[in-house]
Design a protein around this ligand. Structure first.
Ligand code: KG4
Ligand code: ZN
Length: 344
């Protein structure tokens, strides 16, 4: 294993400054500094605040990751960094830092795709990903179904959200229910005490023959339900609303993901991104995968949310595939398509 290159991964696409150290599929170091507390009172990430937090956290987080892995900066063989998609200013901080490390160390730089990183990270927990695999990526910014033929060179988008991302829907519904930000964990918790059948919320793009998703109609239905209860002077049964909302989200996500596996003859499904931490999503996906004879791989929650290890994991794949490094002109791309695991 030690014959494989040591990859330093840097992630700054949103509000987590992540630094990971990886050799092949082996995770050596993983440190994350989050600015989420600074955004909580705004109910969403404030880009300028996130960028400044990245700048302050970058060097100490790299130092902690190196110390945790018991390696020196001079041991690093290549640097991988998130080039997109993500927040413009936040990405710039990470890419600038990665360029500085690459130049100072005289080591190659690889600008990689955040979304593909969310899939690649699974290899650190479950070993090499079978080819092909289907990946369901569910986070605060994205909801995508991917056909992953090869992590470094061949990722095909099967479908995407046409409006809100799944995590964004959780965050907005949490706000309607006066639950804290980010909304996923408190809704997940409240839902466990509720009755998902108490209210029938719509299932966006259900059975429409595509692998696209839509959550804004669901969010509007929850808003209307809350308004109606307010007007009627009825108490809000938060647990039931959370449970019914959650059932609508995970029902559509798991149904479409399993359908994609069946249609493409793929026997491995990976679910990743912050929403993959959701207990109900994990449960229903497992049940439906078992019924369909599909192997389900879900990284542990720590690896599902944004981190540097996922970027190092994808960097290791890109290096192993022999792809050419990025130049020091590497630009950021706030909407880097998922079909580009390596930014050009
Ligand atoms: O992947 P991530 O950390 O950051 C992005 O790239 O967006 O995902 C963050 C999202 C947030 O919207 C948060 O509410 C959601 O993941 N989330 C959850 C849970 N834990 C985090 N959603 C549902 N259930 C959870 N347990
Ligand atoms: Zn992410």
């Amino acid at each position: 294993m030690s014959g494989q290159p040591l990859i330093l991964g840097i992630e700054t696409s949103c509000d987590e400054t992540g630094v990971g150290l990886v050799r092949g599929c082996e995770l050596l170091g993983d440190e994350v500094a989050s600015s989420v507390d600074q955004h909580a009172r705004f109910g969403g990430v404030v880009p300028e605040v996130a960028s400044r937090a990245h700048l302050e956290a970058m060097t100490p987080t790299v130092r902690r990751a190196l110390d945790g892995a018991g390696v020196k900066l001079s041991d690093v063989d290549a640097i991988a960094v998130t080039a997109g998609p993500g927040l413009a200013g936040a990405l710039l901080v990470g890419v600038s830092a990665a360029k500085a490390y690459a130049m100072a160390l005289g080591k190659p730089l690889y600008g990689v795709n955040h979304l593909v990183g969310h899939v690649a990270v699974d290899q650190l927990e479950h070993g090499p990903l079978p080819k092909p695999a289907i990946a369901l990526l569910v986070s605060g910014g994205h909801t995508s179904l991917l056909l992953v033929n090869d992590l470094a060179t061949d990722v095909v988008s099967l479908g995407d959200t046409v409006d809100d991302a799944a995590g964004e829907a959780y965050d907005k519904v949490a706000r309607l229910l006066e639950l804290p930000y980010p909304g996923g964990p408190p809704i997940d918790k409240a839902a466990q005490r509720g009755n998902p059948k108490a209210i029938r919320f719509p299932r966006g793009k259900w059975g429409d023959g595509t692998y696209d998703f839509s959550f804004s109609g669901l969010k509007t239905a929850v808003a209307r339900h809350v308004e109606d209860a307010d007007r009627g002077g009825e108490p809000l049964v938060v647990a039931d609303i959370a449970a019914a909302f959650q059932e609508s989200v995970v029902d559509v996500l798991t149904r479409k993901a399993v359908d994609a596996c069946v249609e493409h003859g793929v026997s491995t499904l990976v679910i990743s991104g912050g929403v993959a931490a959701n207990s109900s999503l994990r449960e229903l996906a497992l049940q439906r995968c078992q019924e369909a004879g599909i192997e389900l791989r879900v990284p542990r929650p720590r690896l599902c949310t944004d981190n540097g290890a996922m970027i190092a994991a994808l960097g290791a794949e890109v290096v192993a595939a022999g792809l050419p490094p990025s130049t020091l002109d590497l630009a950021t791309d706030t909407s880097l398509p998922v079909e580009h695991p390596l930014a050009v």
